[in-house]
Design a protein around this ligand. Structure first.
Ligand SMILES: [Zn+2]
Ligand SMILES: [Zn+2]
Length: 341
């Protein structure tokens, strides 16, 4: 078997060799263990070889405990994010069906007993197929979703052929999870889950914590090398190799943090930014217009605090709103902070 054939996606579950290019063989457990091991190696070397850092444990216990707390918080945030739901469309449909069923039940209870027999009962089926999740009443999922698109939009355009669900705006089918995800950003291999509406905030905090930890660890490595260069050359070589790997990881993390901060401020997702031309309702919108943006401050507030439910959905703005968004900025707009409010 060649190296290439080893990494060709395969649906044979008997082949358990982990491979990043194959969603079936990609072992989330192995990746999680590898990530924890990487943290232990980088932090462990400081404890083993950095005498100054060890001395600090007694002299400055707050400094050491803060660093160790950052390590623990970063790892906890990693597991917290990887175990979170990105917000699947099927789950949103179940929530919708539950809400609708309870609303109908309350309506029925208010009506006279003689008229109760004619009401439609919303059934919740645990079947994977989306068409079984919502009842056939007029206010069903399809109608609710299609109301978010401009009038005249075909249901077929936004029906996922894999899940058989009508996708709300910003949703996309993930082939790794085999489910449609609300506000799909990307599927993260290292976390073993999709990043979507439900966990994008947690993902941003994880990158921030990982970046801070990498900077602090890098500083400790540099301090060690400055203090003990020429004393133990083998340890120095190992430390330089680890510092080089850490520097590359730090550059990647900083770029990722900046990129996702930009996405948050403009209320975009990676998928919308990269595949804008592939999304039918985004094709006609000018490049510099972010259709879901409510202004930088409002976007930031919504991202951090105002998310009432991971299943909340954003309708597409109307033609008039889009026209207003596409008006070029004037000096007055800049002074009045039009981009922020
Ligand atoms: Zn799907
Ligand atoms: Zn996924």
């Amino acid at each position: 078997m060649t190296m290439m054939s080893c990494c060709v996606p395969s649906r044979d579950s008997s082949d358990r060799f982990p491979c990043l290019s194959d969603p079936v063989r990609r072992s989330t457990l192995c990746l999680r263990l590898a990530l924890v091991m990487l943290h232990l190696i980088f932090v462990g070397f400081i404890f083993i070889f950095n005498q100054e850092f060890r001395d600090n444990i007694k002299e400055q216990p707050l400094y050491t405990s803060t660093y160790l707390l950052l390590v623990a918080v970063t790892l906890a945030q990693y597991f917290f994010t990887s175990g979170s739901s990105p917000g699947y469309v099927l789950d949103a449909m179940r929530e919708f069906a539950k809400t609708e069923a309870s609303l109908r039940a309350s309506e029925v209870s208010k009506q006279p007993a003689s008229s109760k027999n004619g009401n439609v009962v919303v059934t919740i089926d645990r079947n994977r197929s989306g068409e079984h999740l919502v009842g056939n009443n007029p206010m069903n999922w399809t109608k609710m979703v299609m109301d978010m698109y401009p009038p005249g939009t075909s249901v077929r355009t936004y029906t996922c052929s894999y899940c058989n669900v009508v996708q709300p705006p910003r949703a996309k089918h993930c082939h790794d999870c085999d489910k449609c995800v609300l506000q799909f950003d990307h599927h993260c291999v290292w976390l073993g889950t999709c990043i979507g509406q439900g966990n994008h905030c947690r993902f941003w905090w994880y990158i921030l914590e990982e970046t801070a930890l990498s900077i602090w660890t890098g500083i400790l490595y540099i301090k060690y090398l400055q203090a003990s260069f020429d004393k133990a050359w083998l340890v120095d070589v190992i430390m330089i190799i680890l510092l080089s790997i850490l520097s590359i990881a730090l550059i990647f993390l900083l770029l990722l943090l900046l990129f996702h901060s930009y996405l948050v401020v403009t209320n975009q997702t990676t998928y919308e930014l990269v595949r804008r031309r592939r999304i039918p309702y985004m094709r006609t919108i000018p490049e510099r217009v972010y259709p879901f943006s409510k202004g930088a401050c409002r976007n930031l507030y919504n991202f951090c605090f105002a998310r009432t439910s991971i299943y909340a959905m954003e309708p597409l703005p109307g033609a008039h709103e889009l026209e207003q968004m596409s008006v070029p900025y004037t000096c007055l707009d800049v002074i009045s902070c039009r981009c922020c409010c």
